[in-house]
Design a protein around this ligand. Structure first.
Ligand SMILES: [Zn+2]
Length: 293
């Protein structure tokens, strides 16, 4: 032992004893002006592929890019070109790189024709995260080593690229930040909201998605049951000026106002937590069900 190491030990030892576990020091990722505010996240590319106005995100949609590359720059760049006519909020590279190319309160173009619990156009109320991954591999001649292959049959495909641990760690952090900031009720895969049309993120991500739901939505914010309770019938409006909206959220366009004593036909109860899908005359929309009896 030389003098220097003796010195270092003398000063480092007592300090180490009082050092809490390393993860006590990891600050959670923050969101500022609807952008992730963290040295790990590159927000320099901003995609023009967004709709006018703002959204209130309620679910998170996970995707794979069906592409190669170590970091997500290639995909972030592609999705930031007007010609791609597509975007997502966040791109996560295989090496854990993160690019946010659309602010979370803007409508990105990631879900396409889609439906979540009877509500169309999931882009209107969701955050899209693209994760770099080839997806299914069957017969594509991609050079993916065997230990990186997930074997499970779905949609007629048998082999899928595994997601990288550092990549999932990064996505985990992003989801944590989003859930802390917005009122998120579910985390789904693109295939869940566009079945028959989309296969991403595929079976290789199932375990991670389940883990995220348990970690972030498990106790504090229970996700709505897969089978939303449905009961046809009529209910009466209990308040004056109740808003019938095009979508089940407080920022959605108002179709009409309903007044005390009006009767509405209930098409689906609690389609989203706190919202019933109802019909009044020829108008179908959503109302906060605390004002129905
Ligand atoms: Zn997708």
């Amino acid at each position: 032992m030389n003098c220097l190491s003796a010195l270092m030990n003398r000063f480092t030892k007592p300090h180490q004893i009082d050092t809490p576990p390393q993860n006590e020091y990891i600050e959670s990722m923050k969101i500022k002006n609807h952008l992730l505010d963290d040295p790990k996240v590159d927000t320099s590319l901003q995609s023009p592929n967004v709709s006018k106005g703002t959204i209130k995100p309620e679910i998170i949609v996970l995707h794979y890019t069906a592409s190669g590359g170590e970091d997500g720059k290639g995909d972030a760049t592609y999705l930031s070109r007007a010609s791609s006519r597509a975007s997502a909020h966040v791109v996560a590279g295989r090496n854990g790189s993160l690019d946010q190319i659309v602010p979370f309160n803007k409508r990105a173009w990631h879900a396409g024709k889609s439906e979540y619990k009877g509500v169309n156009d999931v882009n209107d109320f969701s955050i899209g995260i693209e994760i770099d991954n080839w997806g299914w591999l069957d017969g594509r001649g991609l050079n993916v080593p065997e230990d990186q292959i997930h074997h499970e049959t779905r949609n007629g495909k048998k082999t899928w690229e595994k997601y990288k641990p550092e990549q999932l760690e990064a996505v985990d952090e992003v989801i944590g930040a989003i859930v802390a900031k917005y009122d998120i009720v579910d985390i789904v895969g693109h295939e869940d909201i566009a079945p028959g049309r989309k296969q991403d993120p595929g079976p290789a991500l199932d375990e991670f998605t389940a883990k995220m739901k348990e970690k972030y939505l498990g106790k504090a914010k229970p996700a709505p049951k897969t089978e939303a309770p449905s009961k046809e019938g009529t209910k009466k409006v209990t308040g004056d000026g109740l808003r019938l909206r095009v979508r089940p959220n407080r920022h959605a366009t108002i179709l009409t106002h309903l007044y005390k004593g009006y009767e509405v036909k209930v098409l689906q109860e609690n389609v989203f937590p706190g919202w019933d899908k109802v019909q009044y005359k020829n108008k179908v929309g959503y109302v906060a069900n605390q004002y129905l009896t």
